[in-house]
Design a protein around this ligand. Sequence first.
Ligand SMILES: [Zn+2]
Length: 273
Amino acid sequence: MSIKIHVFCIGEMAIPTKAIFNNLGKIIPRNVKINGITDIEWSDGSLSEGIKHPGCIYYIEGAEKKILIDTGIENFELIKKIRKRKGDCFYLKEKSEWRVEEQLNKIGVSVDDIDIVINTHLHWDHVGGNSLFKNAIYYIQKDEIPLALTAPNYAPHYFKENKQCIVDIADRIVFLEGDKEIVKGVRVRKTGGHTPGSQVVFIDTNIGRVAITGDVIPKYENWYYGWPGPAGNIWNLDELVNAYSIIQNNAEIIVPGHDWKVWDIYPEGIIGD
Ligand SMILES: [Zn+2]
């Protein structure tokens, strides 16, 4: 049986246009159009340009184990409360059919079936559903743990309230210190860059080797233009630039972490035959 990857949207969020372009500098010509910019009604009722993007999880079908990559948001109300307290102007949309359990149920998989979860990194939109998978072991880069547990102000997108998503599964974490073959045809490569312990998952399918990039590559534009921005995406620029080379050299198919266009290319949300 060959390996297929199911991509699921588990929520929609948005970023203001000015935050997308704030560090373009000389990298991107001014006439480059970023797809999907539209008017967005933010949490405070204001209206301005921004771009909406999905939060994603990925189920790997046909490998030796049932593997999920990232676990989504889950507690939307908590996230809204945190962001309100921080004074963020945000946009967050949930739908019942986007819930992690619902998405997996569509393909006949229950949360209890999952053997392995790989967290690409521990930002709030990638760990929210960690506690759902009672029978899974978790593959997480060790370098990701300190910021996830302490959530210092200088590290955006780690929230103290999300610490529970790590504490709840602590006795089932395999702490990685670099690259690792998880099962045949599925391996992780530690790249850092977006966060200290970001990891990219390389998966061998019958249409080529796929890179599930997490937020190392959030959108296709980031990949096409070799532009790892915006600023909030960059923890270590050298590592991030190097990550793009690693991905270039090791994968035929790139799947960005937050891009609706994935479903333009794979309308069924399935990568692989
Ligand atoms: Zn993300």
